[in-house]
Design a protein around this ligand. Sequence first.
Ligand code: TYC
Length: 101
Amino acid sequence: MSNNDTTNQTKTIPKVERPRLHKVILVNDDFTPREFVVTVLKSVFRMTEEQSYKVMVTAHQRGVCVVAVFTRDVAESKATAATDMGRRAGHPLMFTTEPEE
Ligand code: TYC
């Protein structure tokens, strides 16, 4: 390896960056019952009734709300699981993910 070779004065700069985290975002719709949204948040994201209610109301009022951040795989599987719970119950409930800056 030439980077640490004494004949070559270049120093190796260790590059050990943390993986980027991804946000799970709850998207509002006009049809899913509020109580169902709260149930999904409690079950998939292990949130309390109070936390779930606040997130649901924020999405309801503002259109979207960040639920939590995870590594990419965990964010995507939780968003899919939560969206599927809605679909199986006949609701258009939607969770998406996006990388943090
Ligand atoms: N807007 C829905 C209603 O009035 C409730 C709701 C809230 C649905 C948040 C989705 O992400 C959502 N029944």
